[in-house]
Design a binder for this molecule. Structure first.
Ligand code: NAP
Ligand code: ZN
Length: 350
């Protein structure tokens, strides 16, 4: 067994606290990672507070984990001891269904094993995430990392990066498209950078005036403060796509009205509350509302390579693991700039 230091939630309304547990011994296809960093995703908070239902405890959150390979199983071919590697939102899937065959493991027909708050393929053994010193994972779900950017700027790509890259690729967003991104947090700031890098004209829709300058530095051409009454009126029917990354309760009509005929509102944010959507703005211009969840393993590797080639990474605030509860409060207040990343070298110092 591999003794592991971590931070865990022991219940839905409890702060994270230091936690020790054992990871499994690596099987023939597994790699053991000594983690250096893990990004803090808003989904960690939703799940640890059981906002989506069905949470299991103790829960070690974290699905943006990076580190070095320290051991490899006897049948491992893609990684060697000393390699950099990352683990995103999934650690396993059935590997046999049509979705898995198509590289869409996140939509596996049988069972996607998510990195935490989920179970291994046996349906019983709980998975535990990346706010931890070590992680053991099948090499099929380990990602290769480039070395151009500091690791802490790469870690958030494993969820925030792929969650935005996948829909941009699926809907073939590029030059000639006008894209609005709602919410400048972890996902939003990757959406702006990626969409701009693909040639789209990007507008940021935000509730925070203080993010205006950053939006432009990230590649947005325009910034609109959505708290201003009537701010969105002049933007009606302007966009091919709206990427909605907002994590809190909000109505969709305001964003749907911004779409041109046949335009698509792509939901990636997952608020606890249902989203309201009146029919009229949808049907009056044959508009669409769609959703998208992370991305498959091969597409995640493609995204990492894409970002490495362009020197594109997250804007991060690196913090000690012991600061995680305070960081969560800042995420909830929309005050993260733009991803907290835990320095896992600090684990065990409490
Ligand atoms: P985040 O860093 O907290 O960013 C969310 C941003 O949304 C905030 O910074 C804020 O930006 C805006 N916002 C928050 N509450 C709002 C409200 N009530 N109305 C309007 N805007 C609001 O969160 P994140 O890590 O980017 O995650 C965003 C959401 O995506 C979460 O719900 C998360 O669970 C979900 N998620 C989904 C996937 C997927 O696969 N689909 C993957 C990862 C995360 P401004 O200050 O600019 O307004
Ligand atoms: Zn995430």
């Amino acid at each position: 067994m591999i003794p592991t230091r971590a931070f865990a939630a022991l219940g839905a309304r409890e702060p994270l606290q230091p936690y020790r547990f054992d990871r499994r011994e690596p099987g023939p296809h597994d790699v053991v990672l000594e983690l250096t960093h893990c990004g803090v995703c808003h989904s960690d908070i939703h799940q640890a507070r059981d906002e989506w239902g069905g949470a299991t405890f103790p829960m070690v959150p974290g699905h943006e984990a990076v580190g070095r390979v320290t051991r490899v199983g006897s049948a491992v071919t893609r990684f060697a001891v000393g390699d950099l590697a990352g683990v995103g939102c999934m650690v396993d899937s059935c590997g046999e269904c049509a979705h898995c065959a198509a590289g869409l493991e996140q939509y596996c027909d049988a069972h996607t094993s998510f990195t935490y708050n989920s179970t291994e393929q046996d349906g019983k053994t709980p998975t535990q995430g990346g706010y931890a010193s070590h992680l053991v994972v099948s090499e099929r779900f380990a990602l290769k990392l480039g070395s151009k950017l500091p690791l802490e700027r790469v870690a958030p790509l494993l969820c925030a990066g792929i969650t935005m890259y996948s829909p941009l690729k699926h809907w073939k967003v590029g030059a000639g498209h006008r894209v609005a991104v709602a919410g400048l947090g972890g996902l939003g700031h990757m959406a702006v950078q990626l969409a701009a890098s693909m040639g789209a004209e990007v507008t940021l829709l935000s509730t925070s005036e203080s993010k205006r300058d950053d939006a432009e530095k990230l590649g947005a051409r325009d910034f609109v403060l959505t708290r201003e009454p009537k701010a969105l009126g002049p933007l009606a029917e302007r966009f091919d796509f709206v990427l909605d990354t907002t994590a809190g309760a909000h109505g969709l009509a305001q964003y749907v009205k911004l779409l041109r005929t046949d335009g698509t509102l792509i939901l990636v944010g997952l608020p606890e509350q249902p989203l309201s959507l009146p029919a009229m703005p949808l049907i009056s211009k044959r508009r669409r509302v769609a959703g998208s969840m992370i991305g498959g393993v091969a597409e995640t590797q493609e995204m990492l390579d894409y970002c490495d080639a362009r020197g594109l990474g997250a804007w991060v605030e690196t913090i000690a693991a012991q600061e995680v509860n305070a960081a969560w409060e800042r995420v909830l207040a929309s005050k993260v700039r733009y991803r907290f990343v835990l320095d896992l070298g600090t684990l065990g110092r409490e």
